[in-house]
Design a protein around this ligand. Structure first.
Ligand SMILES: [Zn+2]
Length: 254
């Protein structure tokens, strides 16, 4: 039964990765119209079905008309979905099937927000609302861990406000807005205080690392604040898998 469920979750992962790409395109196109099609980002030529097959599309990236390659973003989103869903399937299925499904949905929404934000488009309030709904369902489903979720919400709100104030002080306030604080708080609600604390440590470490790498490369292309929300989303996804384990191990040291 369990191997079958894992296989089923892997197939759902592929489909969700495929579907998420259309949602990302919809958001990046200023939410004008939702279409199940993929176009060349250089000349606008519509791609055929084989160019949209999950993961395999990596080998059909070249546009027939302009001969340029399309972004690897599509494959990246699909692989991230597949790996994350596989992790959730193997980690949570035996504990709580419904929570596993909620985590999968959370991961998909976070991947979408990460990619949208990386492309410097920050109007994703609908997705934050969807995360809030998932968070509230988590509270109902996981009543034994309710305190942990509420503590996560409060802790993440406080850290979020501190980061926002710090970003204002360092004149990066135009990148972080109230929507971001809502995102921070709701992620805390979904994953609980231990995992969200781990997510912040990971996110800040990755940001500092990115800042150093950009400094070394003398790159002026992308500033670290733009990618902060994307890094945060990825950190929350990682924290879903290992946040609790790492923090419990750390607390045992004392
Ligand atoms: Zn083209």
């Amino acid at each position: 039964m369990i191997p079958l469920l894992v296989l089923l979750f892997c197939i759902i992962g592929l489909l969700m990765g495929w579907f998420s790409n259309f949602i990302i395109t919809f958001f990046l196109n200023d939410k004008t119209e939702f279409k199940f099609e993929r176009k060349c980002s250089h000349c606008g030529t519509k791609f055929s079905f084989k160019n949209t097959i999950p993961i395999l599309s990596l080998f059909y990236r070249k546009c027939k008309v302009c001969q340029k390659n399309v972004s690897v973003r599509y494959t990246f989103v699909e692989i991230l979905h597949e790996v994350s869903y596989l992790f959730v399937a193997t980690t949570f299925i035996q504990q709580n099937l419904f929570m596993a499904l909620l985590y999968m949905l959370t991961i998909s929404v976070l991947i979408i927000i990460a990619v949208i934000n990386y492309n410097a488009m920050s109007n994703y309030s609908f997705l934050v609302l969807l995360l809030l709904l998932i968070g509230l369902i988590c509270l109902i489903v996981n009543q034994s861990g309710m305190q942990e979720h509420i503590a996560g919400f409060l802790l993440s709100s406080i850290i979020g406000i501190c980061i926002f104030l710090a970003s204002c002080t360092f004149k990066a306030g135009n990148i972080l807005d109230f929507n971001n604080i809502k995102l921070f708080a709701i992620c805390g609600l979904i994953v609980g205080w231990k995992s969200i604390l781990f997510a912040y440590v990971l996110c800040l470490s990755l940001s500092i690392l990115l800042l150093i790498v950009l400094k070394l490369l003398k790159s002026k292309k992308r500033n670290v604040y733009v990618s902060f929300i994307s890094l945060f989303c990825i950190s929350v996804i990682v924290s879903i898998f290992i946040g609790d384990i790492v923090l419990n191990a750390y607390l045992l040291l004392f």
